[in-house]
Design a protein around this ligand. Sequence first.
Ligand SMILES: C[S@@+](CC[C@H](N)C(=O)[O-])C[C@H]1O[C@@H](n2cnc3c(N)ncnc32)[C@H](O)[C@@H]1O
Length: 390
Amino acid sequence: MASSRSNTAARAVTSSARRMTRVSSPVVQPGDTYRDRILRGDCVEQLKSLPTASVDLVFADPPYNLQLEGALNRPDQSLVDAVDDDWDKFSSFADYDAFTKAWLTEVQRVMKPNATLWVIGSYHNIFRVGAIMQDLGFWILNDVIWRKANPMPNFRGRRFTNAHETMIWASRNAASKSYTFHYDALKAANEDTQVRSDWYLPLCTGGERLKDSKGSKVHPTQKPEQLLARVILSSSNPGDVILDPFFGTGTTGATAKRLGRHFIGIERDDSYAKAAEARIAKVTPLDDHALALAPTKRSEPRVPFSSVIEAGHIKPGDHLVDSQKRYRALVKADGSLTIGPVSGSIHKIGALVQGLPACNGWSFWHIERSGALQSIDHFRTEIRKTLPQD
Ligand SMILES: C[S@@+](CC[C@H](N)C(=O)[O-])C[C@H]1O[C@@H](n2cnc3c(N)ncnc32)[C@H](O)[C@@H]1O
């Protein structure tokens, strides 16, 4: 893959030369929904045709600006299939930055107030992209590392194996607090453990990789659907509109369709856009039952701790302990807990004894039953079962 930067005239192409390779765009009629379509042409121009505040999620896989130094061979002298396409070439960092700022500005405009943006990149471009995002006011929520299970080796043996890409996940601005993030569902599907920001997934290979009639890859950087599925499932809802301004082979569109979301793709290379259309046409969406999120604790009806006492599961005068029996609190008739001179809610007393700013008392406190510890959350679940369902 790439090594150091070089700006030789032979390899560099100017913005105007890049523009010449673009294909003409379809006429987008006012009132078009734009949904589930691939807009052909330059993304900055096409983004301008989209209504303000109209998309729920953006996934962008922009040019890497790889700065390749000539052909790269394996030890057996076979040629490495690196990204050397025109769409990845910029005359200078300034040229790349200007392009990045232009598309990010338009993306920010078309995002709904609580939409979020994912941008994937490598060390060649992600730091520049991240800085420009911050300059434009995007609010970075995470940088997620895609750790590649099967990375390409470093053939020259002069560097570490480049085994990951970085995804920056950001909200539209610092004030966008109500963005979609399915924290509980992700945790439930992950052995009840918070999902971490490093994702171990293979490259796109095998049957998923689009090949032409000669068996060559249709696109040099087709992303794995598993990666897009994690992005889409974590930060969007069924029915949402997901924009991808660098659509390539349509990995975002194919995954969005399978997961019951809409997509808007933008791609300037007609052959990629056609491959994407054919790919997406073959996708069958999962049915609603398969897509419905399991009810999460946050979406379930609120149950005050006093209801557990009213229902007789725990009595005033009982004692609650933490899972390691380090702390012991007295249950009072009004549903509060007492330790020494201090009284408060299950959450407040749980936080206090641990010296933490906050605590989920439902998972922290337990009661001894038949020689074993029972989480008090068990009783909340029992009470919820008795509540009327919507
Ligand atoms: C890194 S690839 C995206 C690959 C895609 N995620 C996939 O899974 O197939 C970037 C794509 O953006 C397209 N592209 C580059 N510059 C563009 C521009 N200014 N406007 C629209 N598309 C562009 C390229 O043709 C290329 O297909």
